[in-house]
Design a protein around this ligand. Structure first.
Ligand SMILES: [Zn+2]
Length: 188
C-alpha cells in the first residue's frame, strides 16, 4: 500500500471518528454558541477517579452544549461504602456524585458514574428496565453495562444547557437508583 493511500485512509478514519464523537458538530457551531463548562474534581473520587474521567468523556462526546473538564469543583466526585450511590444536585451542572463501592461491585461502575452525572446534568430517573436508557439505572439489572446516554437523553441535556431556565432543574437529591441485589442487605 502506498503511503499516500495510507494517509488518505487515516484521514478518513480520523474524520469518521470525529464525526462519531460529535466533534464536527462542535467545530461547525457558531462562535457565539455557548458551550458551558461543567468543572468536576476527582480529588475525593478515590478508586473511581478514572471512571469519572471516562464518564466525562462520554458526556462530552454525546452532547454539544457542555464541556466536562477538571477545571474546578462545581461537581465533586466521591465515594462511600454502603447506603447506595446517589447524586446531589444543587443546581444544573453543580453538586456531588457519590458512588457506593458495594453497588459498584454489582453494577457497571462506569454506568453508575455516567448515570449519576446525568442527574447533575439535569436528567431524572427513568426506571423502565431498558438497558439502552442510561437513566433506567439499576432497573435494567446487574448485567446491563451500557454507559452511554441514549440520543434522547443527550438531546435533553443539550436542551437544558442551551435553552431551559435553570430553575427547571434546581436542587434535588437522587437516591435509590441502584437496588441492591439479593446477595447484599438492602440499601436505599
Ligand atoms: Zn438515578
Amino acid at each position: 500500500m502506498r503511503l499516500s493511500k495510507v494517509s488518505r485512509i487515516l484521514a478518513t478514519l480520523a474524520a469518521a471518528a470525529m464525526a462519531t464523537l460529535g466533534l464536527t458538530a462542535v467545530q461547525a457551531a457558531p462562535a457565539s454558541a455557548a458551550v458551558r463548562n461543567v468543572c468536576y474534581t476527582t480529588s475525593q473520587a478515590g478508586p473511581f477517579a478514572s471512571y469519572a474521567v471516562q464518564a466525562a468523556a462520554i458526556w462530552n462526546n454525546r452532547t454539544n452544549n457542555i464541556n466536562m473538564a477538571q477545571c474546578g469543583s462545581n461537581l465533586v466526585i466521591s465515594y462511600t461504602t454502603g447506603g447506595g450511590s446517589y447524586a446531589q444536585r444543587t443546581s444544573l451542572g453543580n453538586g456531588r456524585v457519590v458512588i457506593d463501592t458495594i453497588q459498584a461491585q454489582q453494577y457497571s461502575p462506569l454506568r453508575i458514574m455516567t448515570h449519576e452525572i446525568g442527574h447533575i446534568l439535569g436528567l431524572p430517573d427513568n426506571y423502565n428496565g431498558n438497558c439502552a436508557i442510561l437513566m433506567s439505572g439499576g432497573s435494567a439489572g446487574t448485567s446491563c453495562t451500557n454507559s452511554n446516554p441514549s440520543t434522547a437523553e443527550a438531546a435533553r441535556v443539550d436542551t437544558l444547557f442551551g435553552f431551559a431556565p435553570l430553575s427547571a432543574t434546581g436542587a434535588e437529591v437522587f437516591t435509590g437508583s441502584w437496588p441492591a441485589s439479593a446477595t447484599t442487605p438492602a440499601q436505599h
